[in-house]
Every structure is written in C-alpha cells, then in structure tokens.
Design a protein around this ligand. Structure first.
Ligand SMILES: NC(=O)c1ccc[n+]([C@@H]2O[C@H](COP(=O)([O-])OP(=O)(O)OC[C@H]3O[C@@H](n4cnc5c(N)ncnc54)[C@H](O)[C@@H]3O)[C@@H](O)[C@H]2O)c1
Length: 325
C-alpha cells in the first residue's frame, strides 16, 4: 500500500518535503503539489498533479493525506479542511497563528473523536534529541535540573517580523521543553536586546527544573541549534553538527550549516517516515499532536503579548481532553 500524499506550498520547506516524499519515504508517494505559483509547484511535482487551490488538493479523491508547507497564516484553515475531509495531515509548525484558531482545531478533532493532525516539530525525530531523551528517561544523569538551549540563525527571513521570533522560532524550544522533559511550562522571563534580537529566555517548568534559551535570529555566522541537559548526577549534550575537519595553512576549520535544512535533514526524513507509518499501521508515534500544537501556540501568544515587560510571565494552561491522554 502506498499513501498518496498531497503537498501544499512549494517554497524552501515544500521543496525539501517533496524530495523526502519522492526519495526517502517507503509506502508513500507524492501525488499532488499545490502552490499559488504553478511554476513553483511544477518544479517539484515530477509526475504528481499540480494544483493552485489548496482546498481542491485536499478534496481530491486522488489524495489520501496532506502535508502543509505553506506560510503560517494558512495553516489553521487548511488543517480544518483536512479534518473535515477526514484526511491525515502533517502541518509544518506552528499549528496556527492564534491560540483561538488552534483551540478550534483541537475542538474539531475532539468532535470527530479521532486524531488527524501531526505538527512538524521535527526536533522530536532528530537522532541527537531522540538519544538525549532516551538517556534522560533511562536515568543516565539523575534528576534533570536545567535544559540549556541555543537557537541561532544567520539572517531572519523578511516575513519574520514582530512577535514571530517567539511565535515562529521559539515555539521549537517550547515544544522541546515539553516533550523532552515530559512536563509543562510554569513561568517565563524574557530579556530582549534593544534592537529586538537576540533574546535570553529563562523558563521554570512544572516539575521544578529550569531552562535557558538564547534565541538569536540574526547572528550572521550560520545556523546553530544546541541543547545540554544538566542533571543532579551529570550532563548530556547534543553532538556537534557533523562536518569534515580541514587542516590547512596553520588552521583547522569545519563547516557550519547556513540554514535548518542540512542541520535537520535526518529529522525531517524520520518525521515523514514515522507519520506515514502511523497512517498505514494505526500506531501512534511521538510526533506533536494538535493538542501539543495548541499548547505551544497558546504559550507563545502569552509570551508575545508580554515579552517586553522584563517581568516573570505566569502561564495559564487548560486541562487536556481525553483524546490526547
Ligand atoms: N520545521 C522547520 O524547521 C521549519 C523551517 C522553516 C520553515 N518552517 C515552516 O514551514 C512553512 C513554510 O516555510 P518556507 O520557509 O518554506 O516558506 P516559503 O515562503 O519559502 O514557501 C511558502 C510557499 O507557499 C506558497 N503559498 C503561499 N500561500 C499558499 C496557499 N494558500 N496555498 C498554496 N501555496 C501557498 C508560496 O507561494 C510559497 O511558494 C512555514 O509555516 C514555516 O514556519 C518550518
């Protein structure tokens, strides 16, 4: 059985997802590509059908499941259309632009009594993060006390304005804290540089642990994501980005990736394979659910509203519906 996947959005992420679906995903094939710009869709479609209206792709009888890689502002409406059509959907992060849109997605799934949505918080599938979690859960460093995160990016894209440092970028760390530490966030304090970037973010978790995050979206030199866990018996850190080391003219050099695609290529592949496997087998995976997507967007919204206050922000979170327990 091969799942016919329809891809919406043929930009930076769409290209990567199209390549993964065509080359690295057993039991699935790229059956449709949609972009407002048909040339862009055609450039990655191969033998797949080309669409310019995403709702036509979702409704098509030739499409079994949908992967959304169009801009953040389109996610909520398209995910709702997938739930209404009862088609599994892997939606790039964030799930929605507002917490209310995300809450309505959770409500729509609860009404159906079934989960259709996985949100593309792909660090959950990165081999380094997976190993970090396995060791933590196996008690390798005792009780976790601090999670240090670094999230650096050379130049923020033009569309990343205002609150999007939090609602589009820091959402990755919110998801990592919740998934890796298996707990919720309790309170957050953000210190922002005068020019709005970088930010230092200190979080208290409900299990008593703490987290620090450096978020720097215009660090110029390259793309770097790192995490180190400190427990009461030791530490575990992610490995460095694998790059050949060159010795020349008295210098030793290694490459730093320029964006997220080479850094997380294995994570994107594992995420898609795992999503397809969960569709064909019915076995849930550790991907982020609509509930995770909602909570992450809700936290990000509360932080964005108060991020310039330089005060501790106490988070208020709703209780989890039985569908997601
Ligand atoms: N998981 C990650 O690591 C990661 C990294 C980068 C971006 N993202 C997310 O992926 C999504 C896409 O980001 P990108 O960098 O590829 O953006 P992009 O601007 O490169 O591509 C978006 C594409 O979607 C098309 N588009 C816009 N509205 C559309 C619509 N309604 N229907 C069909 N096509 C439409 C545009 O023409 C464009 O080709 C965003 O939500 C972003 O937050 C995730």
């Amino acid at each position: 059985m091969s799942i016919a996947v329809g891809l919406i959005g043929a930009g930076v992420m769409g290209k990567e997802h199209g390549r993964i679906l065509s080359m690295y995903t057993p039991n699935a094939h790229l059956a449709g590509v949609c972009d407002f710009d048909p040339e862009k869709a055609r450039s990655i479609a191969g033998k797949a059908n080309v669409f310019t209206d995403p709702l036509d792709l979702i409704a098509s009888q030739d499409i079994d499941a949908v992967l959304i890689a169009s801009p953040d502002s389109t996610h909520a409406e398209l995910v709702q259309a997938c739930i209404a059509a009862e088609k599994p959907v892997l939606c790039e992060k964030p799930l929605a632009m507002t917490a209310e849109q995300a809450r309505l997605i959770v409500e729509a799934e609860c009404k159906k009594g079934r989960s259709f949505v996985q949100v593309g918080y792909m660090r959950r599938f990165d081999p380094g993060y997976v190993e970090l979690k396995r060791l933590l859960d196996a008690d390798a460093i005792g009780k976790p006390e601090i999670l240090h995160n670094l999230h650096r990016n050379p130049v923020a894209p033009d569309w990343m304005t205002g609150d999007m440092l939090i609602t589009n970028a820091f959402v990755h760390e919110i998801d990592v804290m919740r998934w890796l530490m298996g707990t919720e966030l309790d309170s957050v304090r953000i210190t922002v540089a005068e020019k709005g970037d970088p930010m230092l973010i200190v979080t208290r978790l409900t299990n008593g642990a703490m987290s620090s995050t450096e978020l720097y979206m215009n660090c110029k030199f390259g793309y770097q994501v790192h995490a180190e866990l400190v427990g009461d018996e030791g530490t575990i850190a992610l490995p460095d980005f694998a790059s050949p080391i060159v010795n020349k003219s008295g210098c030793r050099t290694a490459n730093v990736p320029l964006n997220w695609v080479p850094r997380f290529v294995e994570a994107y592949q594992a995420q898609t394979r795992s999503w397809v496997h969960s569709i064909t087998s019915g076995v849930p995976n550790h991907g982020a659910t609509a509930w995770d997507g909602y909570i992450t967007t809700l936290i990000a919204e509360q932080l964005a509203e108060q991020c310039n206050s330089d005060q501790t922000i106490l988070l208020g979170l709703p209780s989890r519906p039985s569908l997601y327990r």
